[in-house]
Design a protein around this ligand. Sequence first.
Ligand code: DX5
Ligand code: ZN
Length: 220
Amino acid sequence: QQSVRIAPSILSADFARLGEEVRAIDKAGADWIHVDVMDGHFVPNISIGPAVVKAIRPHTTKPFDVHLMIAPVDPYIDAFADAGADTITVHPEAGPHIHRTLQRIRALGKRSGVVLNPGTPDSMLDYLIDDVDLVLVMSVNPGFGGQRFIDGQLRKIEAIRKRIDATGHAIDLQVDGGIDRETAPRAIAAGADALVAGTATFKGGPQAYADNIRALRGAT
Ligand code: DX5
Ligand code: ZN
């Protein structure tokens, strides 16, 4: 079995040196580059937009895993696809027609992801699972890095693992928020095969990134 994919969230990077930071996590062993897009409306924080995604795209060949926390989300899907996203992950609460949004992402040739907030039940997937390449479980309320992992989400991860296995399709099960050396093994045991990590990747500066990523992965 392939080891867990680690997706450092560049929300915790030094924004003044973003290109360098992306090259550093690539070299340190990141599997995907997780880009947190926040609008100050869907979530109480503002981060980066398509122009920044486009600017950092040439700094790595690793897949860009773009997590959109913006509403309405539909008007921006094409812009992020054009900017170089490989996976585009959307919240069902961020638009009136999540099914249509997921189809649009695939029609653009990108991998589609759906993300469940801590209060959103896994039954949300009942009629969406055939339209997604990735399911993201939020283990914190979205908006900020550095929050504490919500233990109650482990049950949801287990339930979604069963749903995914029942489809027989290769759908990624990713967990985002409060992932560190202690919580990573618990998320993996519950069935996660991809982990987002902001604080835990970037702490200690560039010379620590490789060890930080290895520690999260080695947790398997
Ligand atoms: C939260 C973001 C996360 C966040 C993770 O809204 O979706 O990706 O940056 O940060 P840590 O790993 O510090 O909890
Ligand atoms: Zn995220």
